[in-house]
Every structure is written in structure tokens, then in C-alpha cells.
Design a protein around this ligand. Structure first.
Ligand code: GLN
Length: 199
């Protein structure tokens, strides 16, 4: 962050629950840019990849020529928070993508899509997140992915009550299976903005 000016944070705005992230980040004082074109990436200090449908986002990322510039920014260390489909986009390995589905990569993890059942099986759960103080966070799981393997450099920050991995951090990248943006708890976004300020 330059001086005390608000951090310039992009939210990938091709599809999915963009508005909820934008509202939450603005409420925390960020200067939010909705990213639809490569020019929207200029000057970003952090990026949020929202939930939605990862296979659709993948197609749109390629159509709007965002895939390569985003991969380059991730390689260069841009802080990124990926939630649900956004986590899938950050995963190096996708176990059950649709035919030809690609990811941006960056997180040395494998993910399994729709691991918790269909939309009607969506649920809220209270999770403790390593690095976030206070009460467990109430988060929503909506056709959520499960993180099935993690590489050596990956820190697990959240697990389901049965031990399944649903949150990881590696370098400047944070990926969570759940939606922290729709239950009104701003702590994970705050945590991400602290990471942006430190980078
Ligand atoms: N199942 C979706 C996918 O595969 C993710 C769902 C979500 O982001 N809520 O992309």
C-alpha cells in the first residue's frame, strides 16, 4: 500500500458473487476495481477471485485475454484471495474439471469440485481459521470444492469438523472453499487486506 492511501483491490467480475466482495471490501476502505479487461489490472495491489462457476470463469478468462496476465501477476507475487470457484482457479491441480477446464494455478494443491453435494445441499458451518482471532467464523458452503492434497509450502488454515481441508495459504495466495462474503463477517477480508499491506 502506498502511504496511507486505500489499497487498490481488484475483484474478478466476469461471473459469480462479485457484488458481495465489492461491498465488503469497500466497507473496509479498499479502493475496489471490478476486473473485466486486462487494462483493469493496472496498479492492483491485491485481487479477489469470487465464487461462481469455475468452468465458466475459466472460459471467460481466456475469452477476455485475462488468463495470461493473471498468471503472470500471480507468479510475480500479487496477493490473491480465492473463494470457492476462486479457490478452484488458484489450484495447480483440478481433479474433476469439465473437459478442457484450465486453472490459473499458483497454489500447490489439488481440489475436488462440488465435493459437498449439490446447490440444495448448501450449508453454513462455523469454522476456526488459523490466523483469525475470536469466535469461529460462520461461512457458507455452496457446491464447494474440497482441498484433497496440499504441497509442502502450503499452510492449512481451515478444516471442516471432519478434518477435510477447506482453507489454505501459500505465499501471497489464500484459497478457501467457502464463502466468507455472504454471512457478513469481514474478518477474512480484513486478514487479506493486512496481507496486502504487508506485501
Ligand atoms: N461448484 C462451483 C465450481 O465448480 C463452485 C461453487 C461456488 O463457487 N460456490 O466452480
Amino acid at each position: 500500500m502506498a502511504g496511507n492511501s486505500p489499497a487498490r483491490i481488484g475483484v474478478l467480475a466476469l461471473q459469480g458473487d462479485v457484488a458481495e466482495h465489492v461491498t465488503m471490501l469497500r466497507s473496509l476502505g479498499a479502493d475496489v476495481v471490478e476486473v473485466r479487461l486486462p487494462t483493469d489490472l493496472e496498479g492492483l495491489e491485491g485481487l479477489v477471485l469470487p465464487g461462481g462457476e469455475s468452468s465458466v470463469m475459466d472460459k471467460l478468462l481466456r475469452l477476455f485475454t485475462l488468463q495470461e496476465p493473471l498468471r503472470a501477476l500471480i507468479r510475480q507475487g500479487l496477493p490473491v484471495l480465492g473463494t470457492c470457484a476462486g479457490l478452484i482457479l488458484l489450484a495447480d491441480t483440478l481433479e474433476d474439471g469439465i473437459a478442457g477446464q484450465q486453472t490459473l494455478g499458483g497454489l500447490d494443491v489439488s481440489v475436488f469440485r462440488n465435493a459437498f453435494g449439490s446447490q440444495v445441499d448448501s450449508t453454513e458451518v462455523d469454522l476456526s481459521i488459523d490466523g483469525i482471532d475470536g469466535e469461529p467464523m460462520t461461512v457458507a458452503l455452496i457446491r464447494a470444492p474440497l482441498i484433497t492434497t496440499v504441497g509442502e509450502g502450503v499452510r492449512v488454515i481451515a478444516r471442516m469438523p471432519d478434518g477435510g481441508i477447506v482453507g489454505v495459504e501459500q505465499g501471497a495466495l489464500i484459497g478457501v472453499s467457502f464463502h466468507p462474503e455472504i454471512t457478513g463477517d469481514t474478518r477474512l477480508h480484513r486478514y487479506f487486506l493486512e496481507r496486502v499491506a504487508q506485501s
